[in-house]
Write a protein that binds this ligand. Structure first.
Ligand code: NAI
Length: 595
């Protein structure tokens, strides 16, 4: 058993210690060697009347168990008198547990000024007064442990407790600032959020709970929080029934409401539009301090200034299993010894096929809301958007598992008559903030053209490249399987067009078709196999256009031309002679295979 936590030489003031929780705290502090001031006004739980009996009984109990205690009958509102009792009797104050409390439950409509004022006086003002009175003694000793008592009613609200809830959450605010002010003098202030059977909760809590919620089960938590070995400061600890946990307020990622630093106003309509993002708590985090909170705001403003905001952000989590599934989806097979490193997580050279990293880009670039926002007519739905072209660049080492955060922005919009071409740039960062991959997707929005927009791209839109006129330098054939699309879709693109025969017919195809990015992946595999000895580390970038559908089971012919570190390619469906992937090229970091 670890060493007993003792409080010898320490003076503990427990307010409202004549009953309920306070009594248990006082008994335990007394048993552990502290000199205890048992403060209690001894009134009703509604704050009426006064009596010395409550405090006296507890003092007697402490003394009976061999401890040292004195009674104090002042109201906590006279905090200086409470603390004076401690100083007069024991010469110092080390611990203050602000526990005294009353209830005056009324619905908001019926709450009188007196109900409001009395509850606030006892809980909030009383805790402030006692804390303020104890402060100089604690500062002088360069030591202090203070507890504020909050309540779930304050944190979550409770019918008929508006006055009480407000005061209890006020105590959390009080504790936050006291914790900061006390830090340099080793004065810690923490919050207890108890739920216990007491006269306060009798008749409110159901019997089954009431009988299990013994106040003495919470006392050890408060006592530990007040021990010199406890380093917490500014923590909120909820405890009940022999259970305890830390409680945090968290802040979501939020949404920027301006598209640039030059935009000086925000419209309520825009707020409505991005409301789901404003209220999305998926990536909510605890903020440690007010400076961290404003630090994030500064970051938001700096991003706005740098033109990095106004887009959207999403996270993409993947593991070795996802890499393997993707590799199978684009035809990697254990039949090729050289593919094993893409299919077996314990392989010494286990690695991702680089084109896997189009996926973290797509979760952002294919979001119809992002595309729609960029169009005057604003209409982009799953049924009228087509993936036109894709560019991927590997910027740094690619880990075999992790979480990438992708931020994306519409980069260019062109009016192509029959539709609009929207170019979306995305950057994906790993957990340490390292830029891992860049993607550029061109999305064609059928029927969204003729808005008087420009027809040509701006600089920075990466073009496809025509292959040299000569015969290909190398040709590789890959037969796709009947289940190719069924397998590939498990990597994330679950559009029914690739699996559901009825849906495919509706979309104008005889049967479900293979994903363009699946054929794109096959093409990349061919280049890697032929010109990079299947070494993914040599892969730098890829660009291609999707020009015709491929049906599962058809054979792909990848024609390749090598010029320096660039390998041009086109991918043709052997059965129909139609080019499915056009104008493609892969840039390699270094070429190992000779022509
Ligand atoms: P309790 O009614 O048994 O104890 C409160 C004590 O405070 C009483 O002995 C009362 O005489 C004393 N008191 C009231 N006004 C005072 C004043 N002005 N000056 C000095 N003493 C005064 O209630 P319980 O349940 O032990 O509550 C203790 C604290 O825990 C309270 O602050 C309460 O709001 C809080 N709390 C209790 C919960 C529970 O489930 N019991 C839930 C959440 C918070």
């Amino acid at each position: 058993m670890s060493e007993e936590l003792r409080f010898d030489g320490r003076v503990a003031v427990i307010t409202g210690a004549g009953s309920g929780l306070g009594r248990e705290y006082a008994l335990l502090f007394g048993a552990r060697g502290a000199k205890v001031v048992v403060n209690d006004l001894g009134g009703s739980f509604q704050g009426e009347g006064a009596s010395k009996r409550a405090a006296d009984v507890v003092v007697d109990e402490i003394r009976a168990q061999g401890g040292t205690a004195v009674a104090d009958y002042n109201s906590v509102v006279d905090g200086d008198k409470v603390i004076e009792t401690a100083v007069k009797n024991f010469g110092r104050v080390d611990i203050l547990v602000n526990n005294a409390g009353i209830l005056r439950d009324r619905s908001i409509a019926k709450t009188t000024d007196q109900d409001w004022d009395l509850v606030h006086a006892v809980h909030l003002k009383g805790s402030f007064k006692c804390t303020q009175a104890a402060w100089p003694y604690m500062r002088k000793n360069n030591y202090g442990r203070i507890i504020m008592t909050a309540s779930n009613s304050g944190i979550y609200g409770n019918f008929g407790q508006a006055n009480y809830s407000a005061a209890k959450l006020g105590l959390v605010g009080l504790a936050n600032s006291v914790a900061i002010e006390g830090e340099k003098n080793n004065i810690h202030c923490n919050v207890i959020i108890p739920t216990a059977a007491s006269r306060m909760t009798e008749g409110i809590l159901p019997d089954i709970l009431f009988n299990e919620l013994k106040p003495h089960l919470i006392a050890p938590v408060v006592v530990y929080l007040c021990h010199e070995s406890c380093e917490d400061n500014g923590s909120y600890i909820e405890s009940s029934a022999g259970w305890a946990t830390k409680v945090h307020f968290v802040r979501g990622k939020g949404s920027v409401l301006r598209t640039s630093i030059d935009q000086k106003t925000v419209s309520p309509e825009y707020v409505k539009k991005v409301w789901s993002k404003v209220t999305d708590m998926t990536h909510a985090k605890h903020v440690d301090s007010i400076s961290q909170a404003s630090g994030y705001l500064i970051e938001v403003l700096e991003n706005l200034k740098a033109g990095k905001s106004g887009g959207i952000e999403d996270t993409f989590q993947y593991s070795s299993k996802d890499l393997i599934l993707y590799a199978l989806g684009i035809g990697a097979s254990v039949k090729n010894a050289n593919d094993l490193k893409f299919l077996y997580e314990n392989h010494a050279e286990f690695a991702a096929i680089p084109t896997f990293f189009v996926l973290p880009g797509l979760i952002v670039s294919m979001q119809t809301s992002l595309v729609a926002d960029a169009l005057p007519a604003g209409k982009a739905e799953l049924t009228n958007i087509l993936h036109g072209e894709q560019y991927l660049e590997i910027c740094d080492d690619i880990p075999t598992s992790g979480t990438l955060t992708t931020s994306g922005k519409v980069f260019d919009v062109m009016d192509k008559g029959s539709g609009a071409l929207v170019v979306v740039n995305t950057d994906s960062y790993d957990e340490s903030g390292r830029l891992v991959v860049k993607n550029q997707s061109s999305v064609f929005v059928v029927g969204a053209g003729k808005f008087g927009g420009k027809k040509t791209p701006i600089a920075g839109v990466i073009p496809i490249m025509n292959a040299p006129k000569r015969k290909p330098d190398a040709v590789i054939h890959y037969k796709t399987s009947e289940d190719q699309a069924a397998l590939y879709r498990l990597s994330g693109d679950s559009n029914p067009l690739h699996i559901d025969p009825d849906f495919a017919k509706l979309a104008g195809f005889k049967v479900p078709i293979i994903h363009g990015l699946c054929s794109f992946g096959f093409s990349a595999r061919a280049v890697l196999a032929r010109y990079a000895n299947n070494n993914p580390l040599l892969f730098k970038a890829i660009k291609a256009r999707f020009s015709a559908p491929v049906i599962p089971g058809q054979t792909l012919r990848i024609d390749m031309w090598k010029e320096g570190r660039r390998v041009f390619f086109t991918t043709t469906v052997v059965e129909t002679g139609k080019e499915a992937v056009s104008g493609g090229y892969v840039d390699l970091k270094d070429s190992t295979a000779k022509l």
